[in-house]
Design a protein around this ligand. Structure first.
Ligand code: F6R
Length: 242
């Protein structure tokens, strides 16, 4: 695993954006796996700047987001669909047909999950997966559990996740209790992974993920087994590992 410690959130975001842009420049029809949440906002801003400066072209890129709340409408400003449009897709030249985000209103969840996995598989798999990490060690919305869930599935969100994400909602009661998430197998099958973490709230889990036992109780710990992970941290998130 390659670990990069940046001095600031801005530096972390720039480094991550450079890696994503390089991936797209080297393989214009890359399949990108994308994350939402607070962490990658700066990276998306950098990517928009790079696109505006003609440094990267997304016209052939396909994207698959990690997760979406359930149930939620696309038009809800807390949906991950809305987030991705607002933070990235509306500002770059990715084709609408190439954007994939789990449907937060799917009526047949099993079908939705099966088809999502199938689409990823049929497109050749994810070339570069961007991840954040929850304070409980979740990646995507794969919450701590007794087993690793392999494919896209419906998840019951942990209290800790609901509490952490309530900062984006008017009240904690508005946070959906469930989500649809890509599974661990799909994430682990990505050819490359970039995981970003910033702030002291992530310091303990980063230490556990890197040096703790590999266990579904800390889902991100499985990344110890992935051959190509780049971890980009700011100084605060790297506090216990330096
Ligand atoms: C979001 C996702 C989650 C977040 C994690 C960290 O698509 O998959 O795993 O990456 O909850 O969220 P933030 O960045 O808000 O701390």
């Amino acid at each position: 695993m390659r670990i990069i410690v940046a001095n600031t959130y801005e530096e972390m975001s720039k480094k991550a954006a450079t890696i994503v842009a390089s991936q797209v420049n080297l393989k214009p029809n890359s399949i990108l796996g994308l994350a939402t949440g607070g962490t990658p906002v700066g990276m998306y801003q950098e990517l928009v700047k790079m696109y505006e400066d003609d440094e990267v072209d997304f016209s052939e890129v396909k994207s698959f987001n990690l997760d979406e709340y359930y149930p939620i409408d696309r038009t809800n400003d807390q949906s991950y669909y809305y987030y991705m449009k607002n933070n990235l897709f509306n500002h770059i030249n990715i084709s609408e047909d190439n954007i994939n985000i789990p449907n937060g209103r799917a009526e047949d969840i099993e079908k939705e999950c099966y088809e999502y996995d199938h689409k990823i598989y049929n497109s050749g798999g994810i070339d570069l997966q961007v991840l954040g990490i929850g304070t409980n060690g979740h990646i995507g919305f794969n919450e701590p559990d007794l087993t690793f869930e392999s494919g896209t599935h419906k998840v019951k969100l942990d209290e800790e996740t609901i509490k952490a994400n309530s900062r984006f909602f008017d009240s904690i009661d508005e946070v959906p209790k469930e989500a649809i998430s890509m599974g661990m197998k799909t994430i682990m099958q990505s050819k490359k992974i970039v995981l970003l973490a910033n702030g002291e709230a992530k310091a303990k889990i980063i230490d556990k993920m890197l040096f703790g036992e590999i266990s579904p109780n800390v889902p991100a710990s499985i990344l110890q087994l992935h051959p190509h992970v780049i971890l980009i941290l700011d100084k605060e998130a790297a506090e216990y590992i330096q």
